[in-house]
Design a protein around this ligand. Sequence first.
Ligand SMILES: Nc1ncnc2c1ncn2[C@@H]1O[C@H](COP(=O)(O)OP(=O)(O)O)[C@@H](O)[C@H]1O
Ligand SMILES: [Mg+2]
Length: 253
Amino acid sequence: MLNVAGLEVVIRRRGTTARVVRGLDLSVGAGQRVALVGESGSGKSMTARAIMGLLPPTASATGHVRFDGTDLFEAGWAGLRGSRMTMVFQDPMSALNPVFRVEDQLRAIARSRERSRLAALLESVAIRDPERVLRSYPFQLSGGMAQRVLLAAALVNEPELIVADEPATALDAEIQQLSLELLARRARDEGTAVLLITHHLGLVRAFAEQVYVMREGEIVERGPTRQILRAPSHEYTRSLLASVPRLSGAADG
Ligand SMILES: Nc1ncnc2c1ncn2[C@@H]1O[C@H](COP(=O)(O)OP(=O)(O)O)[C@@H](O)[C@H]1O
Ligand SMILES: [Mg+2]
């Protein structure tokens, strides 16, 4: 579904350039749950933004990002982004538009606009009172509720690929776990490909079948999650593992 090859991202800053992604290769098949893990600043979000065609104006990307066989750096993202491939951002409040009601924001992107379908969608992301939430402005929602709305927005058009960049990291462990459960269910039931981006190996263990470990713009290790976490061959992966408190899913924060 997604195939990234030789991805390079360069950022210009005050006359100098920084290579923040260096020759990155990565694949996510239909229905697969893949994690990209690395410490803060390793280039994970720049990778996600390059895949989605959402790099900041100071950044530029080369290499190949193929979606369902189409090279997006050549063909562009029109007709794909927001429908066949969607993204979930870290901070739900800044991703929602403060001046529109939830219903209007979902309608603006949804292919099907029936109110009953929107309400059912909200119920599917564990919103118990969808009618009230549809009528609400973002400031009237809790952070957890806003995160559910963003997930709903990412799911509304039944995408084939979801890139989730540190979903709900700003929120509590419970909503983090709920978000991942909902994404995993989509992968299983609809064959949606999910790329989870996180600095948190506990979430990787709970969620992903395959993991890519990123450090300073490069993939230093990759493979089946169980194998990599049980016997990391790279020093950096071992150090990431050492910094994770003993895992029981939601125990750390
Ligand atoms: N808008 C930006 N302008 C300039 N540099 C940036 C910008 N965003 C991120 N960077 C730099 O790019 C590198 C990679 O950042 P990022 O992809 O956000 O890392 P991660 O998501 O893994 O924490 C970091 O060195 C960061 O300082
Ligand atoms: Mg990031």
